[in-house]
Write a protein that binds this ligand. Structure first.
Ligand code: TXA
Ligand code: MG
Length: 308
């Protein structure tokens, strides 16, 4: 772990370090260093009204950021932390405005990755947006971080991330509990643990996004992403096809044999691959949606890549 010590020291000295989590790579900076946080926004080209998630390595650290912690939060953290669940809670006075973009709430999660937990335990809590330039697909490999930032950002390399889609963001800051961003932790799972109904508020049809990140187009490759109901008889060479179902192997087609978890894990890498190969289109075959698996999150990320 001597390597981690070096990265932790970089953070303590105000630097930025990209590190692996179970979801995607994060671009970490000390949650107590306003200048370092400013550099995160600059490096990513991130709009300043899009708040950051604080990453912690122990449950005690939650009290440094959240002013009130409802029992429901403890029920969830006991069962699901460390893990891909971000909780939005009323923020404690003193939490830097730059983290919360001036909101009265703060988003916190404990990542389920040994390197992330070790780094945070040595450096202290980190803000960590996904380690991509704004508008690019989130990185699931160290190489993706290098693609976006060159050698400018040191990367703690933990190989490919296990889940590939960003954490579920759950708003516990008021009486109506809602999922602001779907992820691997499903609505069904949260409802079962809390014994209550949970809203989904990740579509911003009324234009009033509750989670500021919802109004930005994320996860977007250069190739145009489209949903298709069925594959054409003849596949076009300027198109990369992704299909959840089990199909015979063909050039330009990746079939996932019903394994949506693998599709989720690989999605952003496929987006980057399509651009590298200069595909004009990425056509993704529609799949069945369920409330208790990754399909809702996967569809959400693809929808965002499809829309403007
Ligand atoms: O899996 C993840 O969550 C990854 C890894 C690195 O941990 N991080 C990540 O961060 O996806 P980022 O910055 O790319 O996305 C954070 C999302 C944004 O949609 C943002 O608007 C929302 O969380 N968010 C942050 N603070 C919030 C708050 N106080 N209220 C509502 N939404 C918030
Ligand atoms: Mg992001």
């Amino acid at each position: 772990m001597s390597d981690i010590r070096t990265y932790a020291e970089l953070i303590r000295n105000g630097g930025l370090v990209a590190f692996p989590t179970e979801t995607v790579y994060g671009l970490g900076a000390s949650a107590f260093d306003p200048d370092a946080i400013e550099r995160v926004f600059l490096a990513k080209g991130r709009p300043s009204d899009n708040p950051l998630i604080v990453h912690i390595s122990s449950i005690e650290q939650l009290r440094d950021f959240a002013v009130t912690i409802p029992d429901q939060a403890f029920t969830l953290t006991e069962q699901l932390w460390p893990g891909p669940l971000t909780l939005v809670l009323p923020k404690k006075p003193g939490v830097l405005d730059r983290i919360t973009a001036g909101l009265s709430t703060v988003a916190v999660r404990m990542p389920d990755h040994p390197l992330a937990l070790e780094l945070i335990s040595q450096s202290g809590p980190l803000v960590a947006p996904s380690a991509n330039r704004s508008g690019r697909p989130s990185p699931t490999k160290a190489a993706h971080v290098h693609q976006d930032f060159g050698e400018q950002i040191p990367v703690l390399d933990g190989g490919e991330t296990r889940l590939g889609l960003e954490s579920t963001v759950l708003d516990l800051s008021n009486d109506t509990i809602s999922i602001l961003r779907p992820g691997s932790i499903s609505r069904k799972q949260i409802e079962a643990l809390l014994n209550t109904t949970v809203q989904e508020r990740f579509f911003h049809s009324d234009g009033a996004a509750k989670s500021p990140g919802q109004k930005y187009s994320h996860y977007k490759p250069v190739a145009e992403v489209r949903w298709i109901a069925d594959l054409p008889d003849t596949l076009k060479p300027d198109t990369l096809y992704l299909a959840a179902q089990d199909l015979p192997e063909q050039p330009h087609l990746i079939s996932y044999q019903g394994d949506l978890n693998r599709m989720a894990r690989e999605l952003y890498d496929r987006f980057r691959f399509a651009d590298h190969k200069a595909y004009r289109y990425i056509c993704i075959q529609e799949f069945e949606l369920r409330q208790d698996d990754i399909s809702t999150a996967l569809k959400n990320r693809i929808d965002r890549a499809v829309s403007l």
